[in-house]
Design a protein around this ligand. Structure first.
Ligand SMILES: [Zn+2]
Ligand SMILES: [Zn+2]
Length: 221
């Protein structure tokens, strides 16, 4: 029984960023679902990780560290001194080091580069703040299918079910229009709906995450 009203995508013209303030991720402490939230998709520094299962929490702010470096010529032997001290919790205004060539000790004013510690993830789709694997991800026919959160998953589902998919906006590509072709393809509809149902029920294969962080080069300044 076909009802064209039901089959038309009426989700509205939502940009991908509309879904990018909440991310369901694998909790690094209990391996169940936790939530990463940001106030604004373009400001990740105030991101928070909270787990409703084990009450573990982390703030992106606490993961900021500094790469302190010096690159200059020694005033005694003239040779290049290049020293980097990674993962410093605080900025350093001075660094006292011996020249690696002539051992003359000097106090230098180093450059401080802001960096961020992130989780080392083996998954291909992670949240943008902590780099934890997305909870809602699974593979379908050799493709990776993922969603940031249940609202995002539901929007994809509504689109996949719909047969009438009109252009949503003339100004930008909406989230659903940017979906990969394997999700949009009508021949994959049933397979995609099946895995969406699995994700809704939490029956996907679970990814384990190690509580191990690595430094990410955040931005050069
Ligand atoms: Zn947890
Ligand atoms: Zn020297």
């Amino acid at each position: 029984m076909k009802n064209s009203k039901e089959r038309r995508y009426e989700g509205g013209a939502k940009h991908k960023s509309a879904f990018m303030t909440r991310f369901l991720v694998v909790c690094p402490n209990c391996q169940k679902d936790a939530e990463v939230s940001v106030d604004n998709p373009w400001r990740l520094n105030n991101g928070q990780l909270k787990c409703k299962n084990c009450f573990y929490s982390e703030a992106a702010n606490d993961l900021v560290c500094y790469h302190v470096s010096i690159k200059r010529n020694c005033d005694h032997c003239g040779q290049l001194i290049k020293v980097t001290v990674p993962n410093q919790k605080n900025k350093k205004s001075t660094l006292r080091i011996p020249c690696p060539h002539c051992e003359t000790v000097r106090i230098y004013q180093p450059k401080n580069q802001e960096d961020r510690l992130i989780y080392q993830s083996s998954s291909n789709s992670n949240d943008p703040v902590f780099n934890l694997p997305l909870w809602l991800q699974t593979s379908v026919k050799g493709h990776l299918f993922w969603a940031y959160n249940y609202q995002h998953l539901n929007e994809i589902k509504t689109y996949v079910i719909s047969e009438l998919r009109e252009r949503q906006s003339n100004y930008y590509m909406t989230m659903v229009e940017r979906l990969p072709q394997f999700i949009k393809s009508a021949k994959n509809r049933n397979a995609i709906l099946k895995i969406i149902e699995k994700l809704e029920k939490g029956q996907q294969e679970k990814i384990k995450v190690k509580n191990f962080k690595q430094s990410l080069f955040y931005h050069a300044s």
